[in-house]
Ligand binder design. Structure first.
Ligand code: NAD
Length: 490
């Protein structure tokens, strides 16, 4: 029998600083969406494999938590230089497993560096509080880590999303289990290896591969104190319910349907290039994608320019692939259904073929006009390079459409009117708002997180808000002077 050599060796779990065999013999194939080729395999871990990782994280916790934060961040300063050193290799890995263009993959690693920089600033942000609360009696509040925590990631940002959680949670003194998406398991192992090279003690970060079984085991494991999740709304809900019913902290980010409201007074060229980039960047596979535009009033000229811009986005050149054959079929089905329901396809990306990559999973940039709010394409997350345009007469009608959608990740308005922009800031029902910005990701130190069905849980996942999530407050009241009297609170 012919033995096929894979481009990447079979993925193994990473526990206590070492690559380890999995207790489970069940494996899954990993394909590159760029060309449909089998590139590796990964283990579908079971609860026993998770437990081994949790025990390693638990063993590493006391020493790590006792290490002063100013020492903990030194490892992340070194790690940042390693990300910079290995930028090209890391971007290549993202490109290969996820299908992004090289520039998009590189931008993802650059964002990982920014997230690491923020974590390095945490000693400056988490000083405690202190007050003499009565004569000779002092109270102080300090932020302490939680213990072993877990981070569950989606396929669409194999490098960036793990960095939403790893640097902050670990700098704040926790030890972690990372569960990458089974569709993109390559980057996570490389991240763990680089952190070890930077000096992270064994067991502080562990990587366990798998799918549903391992996610459920994370929610149920009694030694895991907190769970962060990023993925689709359906799974985010089940993870949030399961983790919190096991009395863990949980923040679970879900899917999105982001509305870009375009007013007639918007700058035509700037709007067209921003809208086209927002819907098609990362092949539309990002939770911040502006997948839905609401044109208010006379915007035909701007729509024509958007189509012009979208034509310049070419699959295999400046447009990457989508993640799988199933994703390609699902996206194309959305386009076909919208057309059958009466929408007008102005630019059709169905059946895109990239010469030399005929087996890759590509969908071309697509613009569909005269979509109505009742169509499936206006309601569901398409997660492909597709812009669905709806039309209204007034901004209030546009906001009513935006407000009615159950998600609440992002919304944006394109206008040259300050008062219209302010009106959208006040009335859009989303956690992240863009004014003439198609992808309004709040960069560090601001925190990332949506509303509604786009996020379950109290804190945001990055930035200052995440400090609350990854720590608990210890309050100490102190008296050293015996002459200080016992008062009503003592
Ligand atoms: P997904 O929900 O299919 O998978 C996410 C994680 O859940 C993966 O690690 C996967 O192994 C696990 N999982 C899958 N099925 C499961 C099940 N039945 N039970 C328990 N765990 C399960 O999401 P995806 O397809 O990998 O990622 C795309 C989705 O993620 C989109 O909806 C996108 O909007 C969303 N996303 C949201 C944000 C955000 O910030 N809100 C960011 C990135 C991605």
């Amino acid at each position: 029998m012919e033995v096929q050599t894979l481009k990447y060796p079979a993925i193994r779990n990473y526990v206590a600083g070492h690559s380890v065999d999995n207790a489970s013999t069940v494996t899954m194939d990993v394909f590159s969406p760029l060309n449909g080729q089998l590139i590796s395999t990964l283990p579908l871990s079971n609860a026993a494999a998770l437990d081994a990782a949790v025990q390693a994280a638990k063993a590493a916790y006391p020493a790590w938590a006792a290490t002063p934060i100013k020492e903990r961040v030194q490892i992340f300063y070194r790690y940042k230089t390693l990300l910079e050193r290995d930028m090209t290799a890391l971007a290549d890995l993202v490109r290969e497993e996820n299908g992004k263009t090289y520039d998009e993959a590189r931008a993802e690693v650059e964002k990982a560096i920014e997230l690491t920089e923020f974590a390095c600033s945490l000693p400056q942000l988490i000083q405690g509080e202190f007050l003499e609360v009565s004569k000779g009696v002092e109270a102080r509040a300090e932020r302490k880590p939680l213990g072993v925590v877990a981070s569950i990631a989606p396929f669409n940002f194999p490098n960036m999303v793990p960095h939403w959680t790893i640097p902050n949670a670990i700098v704040l003194g926790n030890t972690m289990i990372l569960k990458p998406s089974e569709q993109v398991p390559l980057s996570a192992i490389k991240i763990a290896e680089l952190l070890k090279e930077a000096g992270l003690p064994d067991g502080v970060l562990n990587v366990v591969n798998g799918d549903r079984e391992i996610v459920e085991a994370i929610c149920d494991h009694s030694d895991i104190q907190a769970v962060s999740f990023v993925g689709s709304t359906k799974i985010a809900k089940t993870v949030y319910i399961r983790a919190t019913s096991n009395l863990k902290r949980c923040v679970a980010l879900g899917g999105a349907k982001n509305h870009l409201m375009v007013l007639p007074d918007a700058h035509p060229e700037m709007t067209a290039s921003n809208v086209a980039a927002s819907m098609s960047g990362c092949a539309g596979q990002r939770c911040m994608a502006g997948s839905t535009m609401v044109g208010v009033g006379a915007v035909d000229g701007i729509v024509a320019k958007i189509v012009e811009e979208a034509r310049k986005i070419v699959a295999g050149q400046n447009l990457g692939s989508v993640i799988s054959k199933e994703a390609k079929e699902r996206i194309e089905q959305h386009i076909t259904e919208a057309e059958a329901a009466g929408a007008k396809v102005l630019l059709d990306g169905r059946h895109a073929v990239v010469p030399g990559h005929e087996d890759g999973y590509y969908v071309g940039a697509t613009v569909i006009d005269f979509v109505t709010p009742d169509m499936r394409i206006a309601q569901e997350e398409v997660f492909g390079p597709v812009l669905a345009i709806m039309r209204t007469n007034t901004l209030d009608e546009a906001l009513a459409i935006e407000n009615a959608n159950p998600y609440g990740n992002a919304a944006a308005v394109f206008t040259s009117s300050g008062s219209s922009a302010r009106y959208v800031m006040d009335h859009a029902n989303a956690g992240m708002i863009g004014i003439n910005i198609g992808v309004p990701v709040p960069r560090e130190p601001f925190s990332f997180g949506g509303w509604g069905d786009s996020k379950f849980g109290a804190c945001d996942i990055t930035g200052k808000s995440s400090i609350e999530f990854w720590t608990q407050l210890k309050k100490t009241t102190t008296k050293w002077n015996p002459e200080s009297r016992v008062n009503w609170m003592s």
